[in-house]
Design a protein around this ligand. Structure first.
Ligand SMILES: [Zn+2]
Length: 330
């Protein structure tokens, strides 16, 4: 039995495996610029975040109907459950779909259908987090938030993703204020490729409760001290960092230093279909490549539940935490 964990940094579009991409392409009459799944997989040799995003947005063309989104999410939940994920807070990028003419309701209702069945079908509790594309204008993010208002009962929070450099968090001050006014929780990607200053801005200007990635916080000792003091969770994605060249090899990953500094770290999969592994694969990989033992892995799992938005289900959180404490690494 794998270590129980929560996944807090997972883009549902990034769980689109080549096999499902080709199946949906055939069903929807979409032509992919790849001969087969093997040729597509060969294209997963990224040199940075942008080279990944180009392929990622291209492949999304196959997602068109509510059924497509439901199938995508259900396939992820099955794989995640098999790797010990008990709770998943799932990101989605509405603008990547509305820009192609897919209504936001199709996306949210499709994902929502899979999430509604997740506890029964897979034993996984879920939350949905709507992300804004930071390389799009702030006005587009604001319009997206307005479009999502009829579906807010399905949405726990908002996030910020896509190409980071040149798009500081402060660009989205207004939309985060509006999201807060609607009672939504707030997270943001910061300090993946962008500087530590973006992490500060995400905290100070956007009022986020978690930082997605936050790797480059380590360049700023005062910021590290603050993140430790304020117990700000960081959702790290080690295999993603290697694939997108944020670190040279997994052995160079700062995770052990970050934990030793007292940061509240979690380990997540980001875009697992593209980066070589789901949540459990990331746990296994860091254990093999880095000086982390059973108790460090337990701390990462414990943190994932503590940092999750399970505040309205504290009994469930307590149950998950008890499972983590009782886990026998064997
Ligand atoms: Zn991400």
């Amino acid at each position: 039995m794998p270590l129980p964990k929560a996944e807090l940094h997972l883009h549902i579009e990034g769980t689109l495996e080549p096999e499902l991409a080709f199946a949906l392409a055939a069903r929807n009459g979409v032509e992919l610029p790849f001969a087969d799944t093997a040729e597509l997989r060969n294209a997963y040799d990224f040199k940075d975040l942008q080279s990944f995003l180009d392929l990622y947005y291209g492949l999304m063309a196959v997602l068109r109907t509510e059924d497509d989104f439901a199938e995508l999410a259900d396939a992820y939940l099955a794989r995640a459950a098999a790797q010990g994920v008990r709770h998943a807070e799932i990101f989605f990028d509405p603008q990547a779909h509305t820009a192609r003419g897919v209504p936001i309701g199709t996306v949210i209702e499709g994902l929502g259908r899979a999430l509604d069945g997740a506890r029964d079908r897979h034993g996984v509790s879920t939350r949905l987090i709507m992300c804004f594309l930071r390389d799009e204008p702030a006005q587009s993010a604001l319009a997206t938030l307005r479009e999502a208002e009829p579906y807010l009962s399905r949405i726990t929070g908002v996030g910020l993703d896509s190409a980071e450099v040149g798009h500081p968090p402060s660009k989205f001050r207004e939309v985060y204020e509006a999201a807060a006014a609607l009672g939504l929780r707030r997270v943001a990607h910061a300090g993946e490729e962008g500087p530590a200053a973006y992490v500060r801005e995400a905290l100070d200007v956007l009022g986020v409760e978690r930082i997605d990635h936050g790797l480059r916080s380590m360049e700023d000792p005062d910021l590290v001290a603050r993140l430790v003091r304020e117990r700000v969770p960081l959702t790290l994605c080690p295999l993603s960092n290697v694939r997108l060249r944020a670190v040279d090899t997994l052995a160079d990953h700062p995770l052990p230093r970050m934990m030793a500094a007292g940061l509240m770290c979690t380990v997540n999969s980001d875009d697992p279909a593209y980066f070589g592994g789901y949540a459990g694969d990331n746990f296994r990989a860091v254990r093999e490549a880095l000086p982390l033992g059973d108790e460090e892995l337990r701390e990462l799992a414990r943190n994932s539940f503590l940092a999750s938005f399970l505040g309205d289900e504290e009994e469930l959180r307590a149950r998950y935490l008890a499972e983590v404490e009782a886990y026998d690494f064997g």
